[in-house]
Design a binder for this molecule. Structure first.
Ligand code: HEM
Length: 418
């Protein structure tokens, strides 16, 4: 789920309808008090960033002849970091609030923790408009629309309902054998057909609570919640996982020695698969499907000496942070071993700031599908590497950054029987 692309299409009536409630929590860890602490600092307008002109602001930098014309998103963020440093100001496009880009994990930590009580993650305004308004015959609905698009109290209520089910390892483990059979077939399992089948199964078979899967458990609670969650899972869970699998395969294909090491592990009888997990973490560091994350500030912050106002879109550019030499040794190299070596080894991943790497987001609003995604990627990769030697021919894989980091064709994989 890329959360940095913005488009302001919500009608003013809808925007003003967004309610923020305080002192509420998804779980105990997110409790927070009302904080209107006065923050000191230099004005946010002094944060380094592209020069701004009257009326058109910073737009001209993205037009022909401009500094950032035709740069890809990652070229843009890298250039911005190079030119302006770890905190960058974007004044905001017409109709949009100002945006601050952060390449400093300590500041990312400050904001993510500061917003953890009821995190507002902007970035899906078109979908919000569709689900809240357009789909509902152009009248605003106060019904829940899903985790991706709700904020404030409706988000909190929905998340509290689905959290214990989607983040419970015991429930997710139930999918192991199904995933082994259909490795890359998750999408069908989450369609309406699957929901209907789950309902049918529930009617016909008396399952104990421990035997019920995610949607069956949700159906037990509330059919509507199950439908909305299935739609969120399709929206947020398909391309993310598919591209993550693709990046893992690509990195293994171009690093044959690492692939051989992984093959030895997955062929072994040992249930624990530390190298497999390390390969996945390293792939999410180098080629994350979600390049960054975002929060809208609910209060003022002092970030690197600047006073950042309430209502600012603050983006955390994790993809770049996770590839900076100050955090990781040989940051551009694929070295799964960094996730396994002991603490006294200079390669040890724990030498990096913990907020430099955050492929699944943070805190109360972190990816709810994380456990499913990890199981899916692990299952698929293990099966593939057990059966095939994966090679890559031709030029490097092309990554297109739109809402997500998409692996663009051609897919020059060659699979050879082991
Ligand atoms: C490798 C695969 C995946 C990656 C890298 C990923 C990454 C992310 C990230 C970075 C966020 C934002 C978290 C935040 O704001 O702190 C997120 C949110 C979310 N993800 Fe995932 N995701 C993946 C797979 C999945 C899957 C398989 C599902 C569904 C089963 C899913 C469902 C969601 C939902 C519903 C949200 C919104 C949560 C909320 O706002 O409360 N994701 N994901």
């Amino acid at each position: 789920m890329q959360t940095r692309k913005l488009c302001s299409v919500l009608p003013a009536s809808y925007r003003s309808n967004v309610v923020f409630l305080r002192n509420v929590a998804v779980n105990a860890a997110t409790v927070n008090e009302e904080q209107d602490v006065k923050v000191e600092g230099r004005p946010w307008q002094e944060v380094p960033g592209p020069k701004s002109l009257p009326l058109i602001g910073q737009l001209y930098h993205f037009l022909p002849g401009g500094l950032f014309y035709k740069t890809t998103n990652q070229e843009f963020t890298r250039k911005a970091l190079e030119l302006y440093g770890p905190i960058v100001r974007l004044n905001g496009m017409p109709g949009m609030p100002p945006m601050i880009m952060l390449f400093d994990p300590q500041c990312a930590e400050q904001v993510l923790r500061g917003e953890n009580w009821l995190p507002h993650r902007p970035g899906f305004q078109s979908l919000e408009y569709f689900r809240h308004y357009y789909k509902n015959n152009n009248t605003i609905t106060n019904e829940p629309t899903g985790l991706v698009t709700d904020h404030g109290e409706p988000w909190k209520q929905f998340r509290s309902t689905v959290n214990p089910i989607l983040l419970q390892p015991k429930t997710i483990k139930l999918y192991t054998s199904a995933l082994e059979e259909v490795a890359n077939d998750m999408i069908q399992r989450l369609t309406k057909h699957f929901l209907d089948k789950a309902k049918e199964d529930l009617k016909n078979k008396k399952k104990t609570d421990d035997e019920k899967g995610v949607l069956e458990k949700l159906l037990d609670i509330d059919e509507k919640v199950a439908h909305i969650m299935a739609s969120d899972m399709l929206f947020a869970g398909v391309d993310t996982t598919a591209n993550t699998i693709m990046y893992n395969l690509y990195l293994l294909a171009v690093n044959p020695k690492k692939q051989e090491k992984l093959r030895e592990e997955v062929m072994s009888q040992n249930d624990k698969k530390p190298y497999l997990k390390a390969c996945i973490k390293e792939s999410l560091r180098l080629l994350p499907v979600v390049s960054g994350n975002m929060r809208m500030s609910s209060k003022e912050y002092n970030l690197r000496g600047y006073k950042i106002p309430k209502g600012t879109h603050i983006t955390f550019i994790h993809q770049d942070m996770a590839q900076l030499e100050e955090h990781y040794i040989k940051p551009k190299e694929y070295i799964p071993e960094r996730w396994l070596v002991p603490k006294d080894d200079p390669l040890y991943y724990g030498n990096a700031h913990p907020f430099a790497y955050s492929p699944f987001g943070f805190g109360a609003r972190m990816c709810i599908g994380r456990r499913i995604a990890e199981l899916e990627v692990q299952t698929f990769l293990a099966k593939l590497i057990q059966n095939f030697k994966v090679e890559w021919v031709g030029p490097p894989l092309n990554v297109k950054q739109t809402s997500l980091n998409y692996a663009a064709p051609p897919y020059n994989f060659v699979l050879k029987d082991v």
